[in-house]
Design a protein around this ligand. Structure first.
Ligand code: SF4
Ligand code: SF4
Length: 128
């Protein structure tokens, strides 16, 4: 991953068009596993590395605590994302040939200036 959108989201639609990799789904998208909030696809989010100095979604979001850090989308956190998928937190894409696009199939870029502790505590992105 990634960043994560929380239940603080007010469904204002400001963030989705800001994402350089189209990783954000709106609340009515059938691929969004959760209701009443926007959703970041962890297998797609690059944390804006190579696109901007900070996550664009969080810069535009008007709501404190709606966009928080999540774990890196790397093989070390394979079980974390797989469990989250099974529990409905994530809806990781199923590729026709490659199967579920877990980190072991395709890891994603992440901002290594953010510590694992900050990620585990789902710290607010706009605080960094
Ligand atoms: S951090 Fe960047 S790449 Fe990730 S969802 Fe937000 S805008 Fe998209
Ligand atoms: S900008 Fe923030 S509050 Fe608005 S839809 Fe995105 S996450 Fe939700």
């Amino acid at each position: 991953m990634a960043v994560m959108i929380t239940s603080e989201c007010i469904v204002c639609d400001a963030c989705a068009t800001e994402c350089p990799v189209a990783a954000i789904l709106d609340d009515s998208n059938e691929k969004n596993p959760q209701d009443n909030k926007y959703y970041v696809k962890p297998e797609s989010c690059v944390e804006c590395v190579g696109h901007a100095d900070a996550p664009r979604c969080a810069e535009i979001c008007p709501t404190e605590g709606a966009i928080v850090w999540d774990m890196p989308y790397t093989p070390e956190y394979e079980d974390y994302f797989k469990s989250g998928h099974e529990e409905g937190t994530y809806a990781i894409r199923i590729h026709n040939k490659k199967g579920m696009m877990l980190p072991s199939v395709k890891k994603q870029t992440f901002d290594n200036s953010i510590s694992i502790e900050q990620r585990q505590s789902h710290a607010n992105v706009s605080d960094f």
